[in-house]
Design a protein around this ligand. Structure first.
Ligand SMILES: Nc1nc2c(c(=O)[nH]1)N[C@H]1C(S)=C(S)[C@@H](COP(=O)(O)O)O[C@H]1N2
Ligand SMILES: [Mo]
Length: 368
């Protein structure tokens, strides 16, 4: 059943379906680690409602906000008027690795993501800054809101998934309105015919099926900006939460995960090759990854697959560590260019919505 659903969205037969409707799914770790640019069949999907069908020929992007002009632009006009740009960027869901937080304490009503709600693609489109410049802005402009054409229901209301980014980020050249992924037309499940791509920010800001862009003086009041995708302290629960509080999520924090071996695998005693990915948010670079087989008493520095690193792209790493016979645990942590690193224990960062788990990644293996 579930693999039929994955197949209907052109996903790999071994895709892990976390939810069939709305479709939420991620690839197995070892397949994700095969290629630095994730093929679409292995790219995770995070949906909050059914995938809308949008006719590309009659599609019009609305742009409104503080200026007096309200614009409608077709895809053809968008391609003609603005020069196209390709940016390779890693998208990561704020709920990536939620399973590690759920293991600490129950989290209700959220998708239990493993460490594969992340993927890297080359995105082609036009720069948001070119479009904003063309649309014109007043001096009150502070935030750029994106609204999707999907139909989400929350608390009895129906609306498109949305969110905003600070104008400063919106004017950075890497933020795209994308119509292609890895050189092919964007698939419906990934936001066709047009989606926002906000490199370095949580995936939720890369709004799919983009219907409208609004320039605003305040952050978006959309449910997914003002309510969901906020970080609360460990003591706050669904019962006690005050939604006016909490940190609005934006840039992702430094993270890494072990993709091989996978959880529960049997490995040989002696040298064990460990492979994974690491990602730094907000345009910072991944500078170092440490791997340990003794819960951090000693560390081995991992080698990166390639020397070149881009500010918006994850890095693949590999390390060889010694493991003693019996039950073993491998842990990994990354450091970014601001010397941020990952916290040791998921208990310290537990939050009732299950966002931003970047605790040391731990994989349990049998060594024989
Ligand atoms: N319109 C719309 N855009 C959306 C979403 C959504 O549900 N609706 N999900 C967001 C979230 S939470 C993430 S992590 C990314 C996932 O993008 P992907 O499905 O292409 O991997 O899309 C974002 N954009
Ligand atoms: Mo997400």
């Amino acid at each position: 059943m579930e693999n039929e659903t994955a197949k209907s969205f052109d996903k790999h037969p071994h895709f892990i379906v976390r939810e069939a409707e709305p479709f939420n799914a991620e690839p197995p770790p070892r397949l994700l680690r095969l290629s630095i640019v994730t093929p679409p069949e292995l790219f995770y999907v995070r949906n909050h409602a059914s995938v809308p069908e949008i006719d590309a020929d009659s599609y019009q992007l609305k742009i409104s906000g503080l200026s007096n002009r309200e614009l409608q632009i077709s895809l053809a006009e968008l391609r003609e008027r603005f020069s196209s740009r390709t940016v390779t960027a890693t998208l990561q869901c704020a709920g990536n690795r939620r399973d590690g937080l759920m293991a600490v304490k129950e989290i209700g009503g959220e998708v239990s993501w493993g460490a594969q709600a992340i993927g890297n693609a080359s995105w082609t489109g036009v720069s948001l800054c070119d479009v904003l410049e063309f649309a014109g802005m007043t001096t009150d402009a502070r935030h750029v809101e994106f609204i999707g054409l999907d139909d989400v229901e929350r608390k009895g209301a129906r609306f498109g998934f949305g969110g905003s980014i600070p104008l400063e980020k919106g004017l950075s050249a890497e933020v795209l309105l994308a119509f292609e992924m890895n050189g092919a037309a964007l698939a419906p499940v990934h936001g066709a015919p047009l989606r926002a791509i906000v490199p370095g920010y949580i995936g939720a800001r890369s709004v799919k099926w983009l219907g409208e862009i609004k320039v605003k003086s305040e952050p978006s009041e959309n449910y997914f900006q003002a309510h969901a995708y906020k970080l609360f302290p460990p003591g706050v629960s669904a019962q006690t939460v005050d939604w006016n509080e909490g940190l609005m999520l934006g840039e992702v924090s430094v993270n890494s995960a072990i993709c091989r071996p996978q959880e529960g695998e049997t490995v040989r005693t002696g040298k064990c090759t460990v492979q994974g990915y690491a990602m730094a948010g907000g345009g910072r670079g991944v500078e170092r990854v440490d791997v340990s087989g003794d819960n951090g008493q000693t560390w081995t520095e991992a080698k990166f697959d390639a020397d070149d690193s881009s500010r918006w792209v994850w890095r693949f790493w590999e390390a060889e560590i010694d493991l003693m016979a019996g039950e073993g645990q491998i842990v990994a942590r990354a450091w970014d260019s601001a010397t941020n690193t990952q916290p040791e224990d998921a208990r310290a960062i537990w939050n009732f919505k299950g966002y931003m788990n970047n605790a040391w990644h731990r994989v349990n293996v049998f060594v024989s």
